[in-house]
Design a binder for this molecule. Structure first.
Ligand SMILES: *Cc1c(COP(=O)(O)O)cnc(C)c1O
Length: 496
């Protein structure tokens, strides 16, 4: 096709459609092949300085051929990804991706549906997906739901609804100053830091979030919770909401949801459950019992880019009382009035979230659930639970390794500790061990601190992990650990 064709000169569409297709086909072939041969690649590789520098290039003013840009992506960007798609990535907590979901993201992007509103099939897909999620979580018919960017956004929405419901004043109309009493929220000392962010953004401040101590199982102590609530009431503060965690980030522990739900019912408190990690245990045959009580929440935040492995980013908030959800987020606008017929006849979905415009995240969940079936996801979660339990047993039976927290779900916190090393040195040794392990590319756990002890933390949220991968992890930890111990004895290692 003629480059100067008036048909294309004025738009962003390809000047040469065949050239575009050739690059697009190659990108698809490369991507599928790459995912098929991940196991032979390092999980992660340190980035050469030259690659780092390549991202300092000047603002492009003139067009460049797509094939050249694709080459750059393949040389500089793709090889230096996070690695979470790799079978031996167990860092932090995130899903391992899925080609069906990625294909959906491509399709959603091409046709550009804006889920803010409109009478579109995309909006109906969104409503169907959120209803499926509601069913997966055992929430009642009529509860409301919205897909958001992830768990942080989902938690913020749930806590905003809790705040407005318990403020004792029409907060949307009159603001925080009109509140008769200040509010208090409660969570365990293991709560995710996105709740601190939420407390800040909601105008309540970090201190309004009471951190209640956890026991040796890293679950909130109900007696301590009760004492704190009582003390706050006596001090003229209004207890508003308990944030229970179903799957803490640090150790994977699950708060006693049934006991907390009973407590909230008796005390008239809102129950918000942060289920970013563990809510999806509800669809797993072995895990469902661990999250009994999940369906009693007033609001529940979960993450589909964790145990459902949807490409980033997508989370979900469920709120039992649809009216309260809408009264927290819906606002009128003269340019957004629903019509009887035509494009504006659909429900305005922006009334459920912070965003007005939002992308068609629902398509990936819709296609993934149809393609794999929910039972398959449940079985994969079961396998991750087995893997965590197995690694826990391997660690417990190895004299050079030490488990630092009970394995409650899918997270294993442990360290290299062959005996005879001081506590402070153990922290330094394990910190260095983790860095070397990541640099070898063999496996990528992350690190954390459990009750002041530095831990290697393997979180199993990965549908590609096999049992033999655990053997590789343990062997590598033992080997690097022994090297470090020897270096330390000789005073060679400078550890920070
Ligand atoms: C991951 C996580 C979050 C935050 O979710 P994002 O999707 O990363 O925003 C919140 N709470 C818990 C318990 C988590 O594990």
């Amino acid at each position: 096709m003629d480059q100067q064709s008036p048909r294309t000169a004025g738009s962003l569409d390809p000047a040469d459609w065949n050239e575009f297709l050739a690059v697009a086909h190659r990108a698809m072939d490369d991507a599928v092949r790459r995912i098929g041969s991940l196991r032979d690649e390092p999980v992660w590789r340190p980035m050469p300085e030259g690659v780092r520098q390549s991202f300092q290039s000047p603002l492009p003013t003139d067009p460049q051929p797509l094939a050249d840009i694709y080459r750059e992506v393949m040389e500089d960007v793709i090889p230096h990804a996070m690695g979470n798609v790799h079978p031996r990535f167990w860092g932090w907590y995130m899903g391992a991706g899925d080609l069906t979901g990625a294909l959906a993201d491509f399709l959603a992007g091409v046709d550009g549906s804006n889920l803010g509103g409109g009478d579109t099939a995309a909006a109906l897909v969104d409503r169907q997906v959120t209803d499926w999620i509601r069913q997966m979580m055992g929430f009642p018919d009529g509860a409301s739901a919205a897909l958001v960017s992830g768990g942080s956004g989902a938690n913020l929405i749930g806590l905003a609804a809790a705040r407005n419901a318990k403020a004792g004043v029409d907060l949307r109309e009159y603001g925080l100053e009109a509140m008769p009493q200040s509010l208090a929220f409660y969570a365990s000392d293991q709560v995710h830091n996105c709740h601190d962010k939420a407390m800040n953004l909601l105008g309540l401040g970090h201190r309004a979030l009471r951190r209640v101590q956890t026991g040796p199982d890293f679950r909130i102590e109900i007696d301590a919770l009760r004492q704190q609530v009582t003390a706050d009431r006596r001090a003229g503060i209004r207890p508003a909401c308990v944030i229970a965690t179903a799957g803490t980030t640090n150790t994977g522990s699950v708060d006693d949801l049934t006991a907390i739900a009973d407590f909230c019912r008796d005390e008239g408190l809102w129950l918000h459950i942060d289920g970013c990690i563990g809510a999806l245990l509800a669809i797993s045959p072995k895990g469902a019992a661990l999250v009994r009580g999940l369906d009693r929440a007033d609001s529940l935040a979960l993450d589909l880019h964790k145990w459902l492995h949807a490409p980033f980013d997508v989370g979900c908030i469920l709120i039992r009382d649809r009216g309260l959800h809408l009264s927290t987020f819906s606002e009128d606008a003269e340019f957004l009035v629903r019509s009887e017929r035509g494009l504006a006849a659909g429900e305005f979905l922006y009334n459920y979230t912070l965003e007005t415009t939002r992308g068609f995240r629902a398509l990936k969940i819709w296609m993934m659930l149809k393609h794999h079936g929910v039972a398959r996801f449940g079985a994969l979660i079961d396998r991750n639970l087995d893997q965590a339990r197995m690694l826990g047993l391997m660690v417990a039976s190895d004299p050079a390794l030490e488990l630092l927290a009970p394995v409650a779900t899918s997270v294993v916190c442990f360290r290299y500790n062959p005996g005879g090393i001081e506590e402070a040195d153990l922290n330094a040794l394990n910190r260095e061990l983790l860095l070397r392990l990541q640099e070898t590319g063999v496996a990528a756990p992350s690190g954390t601190t459990v009750r002041d002890r530095y831990a290697l933390r393997a979180a199993f949220c990965n549908h590609r992990t096999e049992m033999r991968d655990l053997d590789m992890l343990v062997a590598a930890v033992r080997e690097i650990g022994a090297t470090l111990r020897d270096e330390m004895t000789l005073g060679q290692t400078v550890m920070t």
